[in-house]
Design a protein around this ligand. Structure first.
Ligand SMILES: [Zn+2]
Length: 369
């Protein structure tokens, strides 16, 4: 993997990642395809909305369809008919989400399958071997996600365990694909710094900030970004995991983050929450029942602007009766909005105009649709 910073404006940076299956221009948002599908969206549409890289979920793909099928297809790309880059998470977050159903040991995590109750075991070595079979362009280390709130002692022990696991991941990965380390340490600056220092010694291809968006306040998240991002290597990609709102993405880029993923645009779309540069729409609200406008008249997505367009009234109707097309149209628009936001930020950084762009973004978001 090669990573080249093309332009900087303040801490914000525009760069390009050369991966096994193509280039990715950053800052970038990665649509989440948990089971190998960005819910309701074909690869054709992903290409139309200029998605550059998608995220696949190790935990879920391991359970279903399982590794035999993945081996048959020599990885996830052929199976899902997507030829561009893929990043896979490690399964750490999903195992953490199982709560009391899991038992964490030094060796790894024992848990019962949420599908059929089978006894399962995930460890750094197992996660690396699964991600090797998935053959993703970027694999993530298997770590322990720390919840919030948590005591400093618990956060410290958990972060230390994640560091020992990161070393085992690095030693057992055995692939030419890229491997990213994940900074843990909860909301404690010194623990975050200790985690980053330990990971840097292991020399990963990129570094991610994990354990945010777990219930902490916005102030806590920004405090950690303020403290940690400047210490992350300049010459490696920086990935903020599982975050977040359009505003979070803008603040992340402002701090110098390059990569993001979140289920927010896709999950919200299915619940009728549509993003727009002039504020968000709750399309199921009766005020849209006969609205002849597109979702956002200034949006160039295939739903709002394709010669003809789908009206708010129609999408309102589809969502009210739970017709799947209502989710598909809303997801297409929301993902376009997120991907276009990143493209705008790349342009503003390259034009050394990011601060003005950011101010303008906030002003517009408050106008209302
Ligand atoms: Zn649109």
């Amino acid at each position: 993997m090669r990573f080249s910073v093309l332009a900087k404006d303040g801490n914000a940076r525009s760069s390009v990642l050369n991966l096994a299956n193509g280039n990715v221009k950053t800052p970038i948002f990665m649509p989440v395809g948990t089971y190998g599908a960005v819910k309701g969206i074909t690869v054709d549409v992903l290409n139309k909305i200029n998605a550059q890289i998608v995220l696949g979920n190790t935990f879920h793909l391991w359970l279903r369809p399982g590794l035999e099928v993945m081996e048959e297809f020599k990885g996830l790309h052929k199976f899902i008919n997507w030829s561009k880059p893929i990043l896979t998470d490690s399964g750490g977050f999903q195992v953490w989400s199982l709560g009391n159903l899991r038992k964490v040991t030094e060796q790894g995590v024992f848990f019962k399958s949420p599908i059929n109750g089978d006894n399962l075991f995930l460890s750094p070595e197992v996660s690396m071997s699964i991600q090797r079979v998935l053959n993703s362009d970027i694999a993530m280390v298997f770590d322990e996600c720390t919840g919030w709130p948590v005591t400093k002692k618990e956060a410290h022990n958990s972060m230390q365990l994640s560091l020992r696991w990161a070393q085992r991941c690095k030693e057992s990965f055995g692939s030419k694909n890229s491997l990213f380390g994940i900074i843990q340490g909860s909301m404690f600056e010194d623990l975050r710094q200790e985690s980053l220092a330990g990971l840097k010694k292991l020399n990963f291809d990129g570094y991610a900030i994990g354990g945010l968006s777990v219930g902490e306040s916005k102030e806590d998240m920004l405090r950690i970004l303020d403290d940690v991002v400047p210490l992350m290597p300049q010459n490696k990609p920086r990935y903020l995991m599982g975050v977040g709102t359009p505003e979070d993405l803008v603040e992340g880029v402002f701090h110098g983050v390059d990569m993001f993923d979140c289920v927010l645009p896709t999950r919200n779309a299915r619940n009728g929450w549509l993003f727009s540069q002039y504020g968000d729409l709750k399309i199921r609200n009766s005020r849209y029942s006969s609205d002849k406008n597109p979702i956002d008249p200034y949006c160039n997505c295939p739903v709002c602007n394709s010669g003809t367009f789908y009206t708010r009234a129609y999408i309102h109707h589809l969502q009210k009766i739970n017709e799947m097309l209502g989710s598909v149209l809303a997801t297409t628009h929301n993902l376009w909005f997120y991907l276009d936001l990143m493209k705008q930020m790349r342009g503003a950084i390259e034009a050394k105009n990011f601060i003005n762009w950011r101010q303008n973004f906030y002003e517009k978001r408050h106008v209302g649709v």
